[in-house]
Design a protein around this ligand. Structure first.
Ligand code: AMP
Length: 155
């Protein structure tokens, strides 16, 4: 296998499952009737930038990110924290599956200008990828490819 095919194969074929296997399937969720006040505490405590919004059955109803909260704070200064999550979340959530290719997920996030991607397996939430996860994975791949090429040159 030559250098070019090693590089292309690694970058094009890796799927979401590759990152989930390392990262795990933790999903930080909140309910539509919770307040933005609860959301900001959860965002702080869990050290994440977005929460998926689920109902009592665990069905995905939306996503709420720091950006939604900042936007609302600018629009309704001093009145944001008591508001409902359901009034501020994004309802049309783009999701992926464990079998989707990472390069395709990155493209969707870049085109849609969002940094979080819930992962659904058979209709159930099984993780959340962030743009940071994808970049870290791609960087580790690039390091591997560079090492591989150096080793080939060195013999
Ligand atoms: P983010 O960059 O993820 O903080 O989100 C920027 C905006 O996109 C916010 O309005 C989010 O509610 C929304 N958003 C985040 N992730 C998704 C997603 N997977 N599908 C649709 N909208 C999203």
């Amino acid at each position: 296998m030559n250098q070019t095919s090693v590089s292309n194969l690694a970058a094009d074929s890796a799927s979401v499952r590759r990152i989930l296997d390392r990262k795990g399937s933790a999903v930080h969720a909140i309910r539509p009737d919770d307040t933005i006040g609860t959301a900001v505490v959860t965002l702080r405590d869990k050290k994440v930038g977005a929460l998926v919004v689920t109902n009592a059955e665990g069905d995905l109803k939306g996503i709420l990110s720091e950006r939604d909260i900042v936007r609302k704070m600018a629009e309704t200064p001093g009145q944001t924290l008591p508001q409902k999550v359901s009034e501020n979340m994004t309802r049309d959530v783009v999701t992926c599956t464990p079998d989707d290719k990472l390069v395709e997920v990155l493209r969707q996030m870049s085109d849609g200008r969002f940094r979080h991607m819930p992962v659904m397996d058979d209709g159930k939430l099984c993780g959340v990828l962030t743009i940071g996860d994808l970049i870290a994975y791609r960087l580790s791949e690039l390091e591997y490819e560079a090492l591989h090429m150096k080793q080939m040159i060195a013999g």
